[in-house]
Design a protein around this ligand. Sequence first.
Ligand code: ADP
Ligand code: MG
Length: 323
Amino acid sequence: ARLANQIAAGEVVERPASVVKELVENSIDAGATKIHIDIERGGHKLIRIRDNGKGIEKDELTLALSRHATSKLKSLDDLECISSLGFRGEALASISSVSRLTLSSKPQEQETAWQAFAEGRDMAVKIQPTAHPVGTTIEVKDLFFNTPARRKFLRTEKTEFSHIDELLKRIALSRFDISLTLTHNQKVVRQYRARESAHGVKRVAQVAGKEFEQCASFIESGSDGLKLNGWVMPVGSSNTTQYSYVNGRMMRDKLILHAIRQAFEEVVGELALPGFVIYVDIDPRQVDVNVHPAKHEVRFHQARLVHDFIVQAIKQVVLPADQ
Ligand code: ADP
Ligand code: MG
């Protein structure tokens, strides 16, 4: 079992930031409104995610650590209509096969909290009672301790931490209603408080910087089946604020990037990719999210239509260079 999981881990667990991504997405799927991310030594030593989500029942703990166990797909039909971030049931099993993982959890209605960890060559899951408030904590220690080849690919503490920091920015822009706290070596590095404002302007300023927040144009366009909103920054500024989301998932989708670039090219006549924070919301039946295991890409069923819609929406707010 361990080997199969380690092979799967190759797909989802590339570095500490990929572990953080999977775990924070699980917390979000569990309805958490507060998530703490504690990192030590760039994640080489420790990655700890604490949430106040719905928790995992004692009887489900073992299952949560096994491969292809997901509580999020009830039937094959669900695959057509996925709203949760995770659905492959691979992350926890994969991560626990390449680290020392403990899972502690307490659902509201359960009296005591329980802790699970996989042990030994056969990864038998043991459970024991523990103290824990409602919610879940997952601790991942010594990432890749048993896969030296992968461990060699880890960069410095600083580099790995900067990947985590960047990832958390992406997540922070996907959910303004969740508060996120990031610590590194026991010092608070980021504190994204939950915002009530629908547009999340303050969080955008916090993540992308004041200049972006002040100079970017706000976009809001579309109908029920297809919506676009967010901000685009005029060309000419060198900026690295490039975030796009499809139905709340962060994406680095080629079609979206291409559409943004084309809109700017048509109006401004330049090839530079502008800064943007863009949210595409589309009927989930019109999109396939299961394209890549790391889930950065989607397939739109009506690709041309979506592409042209994005181009038009952005062209409406972008001014020609000399105005
Ligand atoms: P997936 O997210 O694809 O379902 P994972 O391996 O990431 O698979 O997680 C397995 C299962 O463990 C989830 O389906 C969920 O039931 C449970 N789980 C994981 N993390 C949490 C959490 N933070 N809170 C509640 N349940 C969780
Ligand atoms: Mg998951």
